[in-house]
Design a protein around this ligand. Structure first.
Ligand SMILES: Cc1cc2nc3c(=O)[nH]c(=O)nc-3n(C[C@H](O)[C@H](O)[C@H](O)COP(=O)(O)OP(=O)(O)OC[C@H]3O[C@@H](n4cnc5c(N)ncnc54)[C@H](O)[C@@H]3O)c2cc1C
Length: 380
């Protein structure tokens, strides 16, 4: 479907990313997934392409502007061709640089942002705890002031990029119960009292490092408090909006991959004396999948347009993420059916995407929480 929002600048940006994904990621995708890791040089290549610089000022190595369309295109192209683990590890930076730029002191911005944006060093966002990720306002990691330092105690888990990151944005409770007691901290991996371990094998995102972080009387300087004390919750929620838009766009990329794989397979596979693509049941699946992709794409760009127009889009983004996760489940399931046994083999992109649909309906806010948030924002 022709996309009225696809300007020449966006097309150029998309083409550069697609080339990067097709030439430098896709050929290694399965090997990296099986190895559960990928070379650090890829982070630096992505940094060179500006993947981590969207929305970051030029003085910190960023592109100097923010554009929701370009952000969506970046996540979509990674979702289309990169294994979820590579896409998630790279994108982990994009969900923590915004709060650093908006809230951290100048010294932190000057020290950390160029390192993260260039891809030389990794960054991660640490909100979820073993006791739960949905109820952010109820987090139990605490930070208390002691002289000119903060002492952080608690545990974070499911932190993408957490094993290799040098810098973390961490939510912790500095005040009483509820959302007003939460603040954000900038923590370095060499902070005293900080340690980390892998969460262990996962259903998908194999090539990403996902960590549990331990803060055991972790000592950070006073200046590591980001923004005002007690203002962390709002910052976390605003940041979630960007993450959720990105996740929706990456689901569009994953769904596009499923459709492309399905068409290619249905054209060459023969059953009952003719290509699969000539069987009406398969043709109808392709039509249904294609129309769902069009709906996802139109919806994503409509929300980007609203963001660029400066509208409040919390409920829209929650509904968008919910919608895209449900449509992706449908599309991935139909792709599995079209490819049949071939898609049951490890190494087939459809097999991987089918597994990785699940994290998209949980991470960054689950389907249930997206419904809840959308209805609350509607004033109900
Ligand atoms: C691979 C992976 C990577 C991740 N990366 C990060 C990261 O980088 N940083 C980070 O901070 N977090 C990360 N997360 C955590 C993710 O955001 C949480 O898993 C998610 O927010 C849900 O939290 P939970 O798993 O603790 O589920 P819980 O909050 O314990 O909820 C369990 C289930 O109950 C449902 N539920 C909860 N409350 C309600 C309710 N009121 N009504 C109805 N249903 C409800 C939820 O939808 C969920 O299905 C990651 C998770 C995964 C799996």
């Amino acid at each position: 479907m022709r996309n009225p929002f696809e300007t020449p600048e966006i097309t150029t940006f998309r083409s550069a990313l697609r080339r990067f994904v097709e030439e430098e990621i896709a050929p290694h995708a399965h090997a990296w997934d099986e190895a559960g890791d990928f070379p650090w040089s890829l982070h630096e290549r992505a940094g060179e392409l500006g993947l981590f610089g969207l929305g970051i000022d030029e003085e910190y190595g960023g592109l100097g502007f923010e554009n929701a369309f370009m952000r969506a295109v970046a996540w979509e192209e990674l979702g289309r061709g990169a294994p979820g683990g590579v896409a998630a590890s790279l994108s982990a930076r994009n969900i923590m640089t915004g709060p650093i730029q908006a809230l951290a002191c100048d010294a932190i911005k000057q020290e950390a942002l160029p390192e993260i944006v260039s891809g030389r060093k990794g960054g991660a966002l640490a909100i979820t705890e073993p006791s739960g990720g949905s109820d952010v306002a109820n987090m139990s990691t605490v930070a208390r002031r002691e002289g000119s330092h903060w002492i952080i105690d608690g545990t974070k888990t499911f932190i993408t990029g957490g094993l290799k990151a040098s810098y973390y944005v961490v939510g912790a409770r500095t005040g009483g119960h509820g959302l007003k007691g939460i603040s954000l901290f900038f923590v370095e991996s060499n902070a005293p009292g900080f340690s980390r371990e892998s969460v262990g094998p996962k259903m998908g995102w194999w090539s990403s490092d996902t960590a549990t972080l331990h803060f055991d009387h972790c000592l950070v300087e006073e200046s590591r408090l980001m923004g005002q004390e007690g203002e962390g919750f709002i910052a976390i929620m605003e940041n979630f909006n960007f993450e959720r838009l990105g996740l929706a766009a990456s689901m569009l990329g994953m769904a596009k991959c499923c459709l492309e794989q399905s068409i290619a397979y249905a054209q060459q596979r023969e059953t009952f004396g003719r290509p699969l693509i000539q069987h009406q049941a398969i043709r109808h699946k392709i039509a249904d999948m294609s129309s769902k992709l069009d709906a996802m794409e139109s919806y994503i760009y409509q929300i980007c347009w609203l963001i660029e127009a400066g509208e409040k889009t919390v409920a829209d983004i929650a509904k968008l993420k919910l919608f895209c996760s449900r449509e992706l489940e449908y599309v991935a399931n139909e792709a599995m059916q079209i490819l049949g046994g071939a898609a049951y083999l490890r190494g087939n992109p459809v097999e991987r995407i089918y597994r990785e649909t699940k994290v998209m309906s949980i991470g960054g806010g689950s389907q249930e929480i997206m419904r809840d948030l959308a209805v609350r924002q509607m004033g109900l």
